[in-house]
Design a protein around this ligand. Structure first.
Ligand code: DON
Length: 309
């Protein structure tokens, strides 16, 4: 593993430029209309290390909609609040289904397969709504603290767009409620979930904010404990098996890092004891993962020898 990152910027620029053209084979998400307005040719990357370095290339400083990457942060907050009880309401197995699938949820009596498919993140949102007096504010403040940046905000156009086109998420939430696995009123659960998906952050901010997952639960910059060592292990295990949705097996096979993607085109990958990679490019493949982002993360992991396996 490369410890000296003096030439990392040049490497990131090279990797980004050599993969950027692949964006044409993907499609920008349009089932949330506000996301379809983002230009498909933007692309950025950032690497943050646990010894405090932050290097980026391309549009690495441009905020984008974090979407499902928010599921990682929501999960950490819910684990901290509910402890092991959480795992009676959501499981930790890969789903083998698209991220917004509803079929499995009925077979499995309203218990989502894992916290990073939509059903699981709605369950987590219910926990947050039920255990925080102002869950949305707590979520945004958590992001600001982790990124050490008070400018982080909610993209209200994306929020409204998600709310307007959120029937499938509403169906998932109501189905879980019918099995007694949702406590709060559904509109509040949906509002929290859409809020966390609508947070806008850059690759640089995301990479910085997830360093605790590369450092056994402790933010290495300010030495603050964000979650326990055991929970850090659990989050990374879930990201390894389910973070890239129905492409998680292939990602583990070819890259070998715990990672999470979002339909905004972002991908974060955790490198235990080293740091965090975040790549962004809006056009997605058929699984909902960024085409360019996948290649960029794969190239960085390979060049630096970062696989955990
Ligand atoms: O609920 C949704 O469908 C979106 N707000 C988030 C989905 C997402 O990012 C899935 N990621 N690949």
């Amino acid at each position: 593993m490369i410890k000296d990152i003096s030439d990392l910027k040049a490497k990131l620029e090279h990797i980004l430029i050599s993969n950027q053209g692949c964006f044409k084979s993907g499609k920008v998400a349009n089932y949330i209309p506000a996301l379809a307005e983002v230009p498909g040719d933007l692309a950025g990357v950032a690497v943050a290390t646990i010894d405090g370095k932050l290097v980026s290339a391309g549009n690495g400083d441009l905020p984008f909609s974090i979407q499902s990457i928010s599921k990682v942060f929501g999960l950490v907050l819910a684990m901290n609040r509910l402890g092991d009880e959480l795992w009676q309401r959501v499981h930790m197995e890969p789903s083998g289904q698209p991220f917004n699938s509803i079929i499995q949820l009925e077979w499995e009596k309203g218990i989502p397969r894992n916290p990073v498919i939509n059903a699981g993140a709605l369950l987590v949102s219910d926990v947050l709504v039920s255990h925080y007096s102002a869950s949305k504010l707590s979520f945004v403040n958590f992001m600001r603290t982790l990124a050490n940046d008070d400018s982080i905000h909610i993209d209200h156009a994306v929020y409204e767009s998600e709310l307007e086109h959120g029937s499938r998420n509403a169906a998932l939430a109501y189905l879980m409620k019918s099995f007694g696995n949702i406590e709060a009123p559904i509109p509040e659960v949906l509002s929290h979930y859409f809020t966390q998906c609508s947070v806008a952050m850059s690759c640089e901010q995301l990479a910085r904010s997830l360093l605790f997952l590369a450092n056994k639960g402790k933010d290495p910059i300010n030495n603050q404990t964000i979650c326990s060592r055991k929970d850090t292990h659990r989050v990374n295990a879930i990201l390894s098996t389910s973070g890239m949705y129905d492409q998680s097996g292939e990602f583990a096979f070819s890259v070998g890092l715990p990672a999470k993607s979002g339909v905004g085109g972002g991908i974060v990958a955790i490198v235990p004891n080293y740091g965090v990679i975040c790549a962004w490019s809006p056009p997605l493949n058929e699984f909902g993962n960024s085409v360019v982002g996948m290649k960029v993360v794969a190239n960085i992991a390979e060049e630096l020898g970062l696989s955990i396996y």
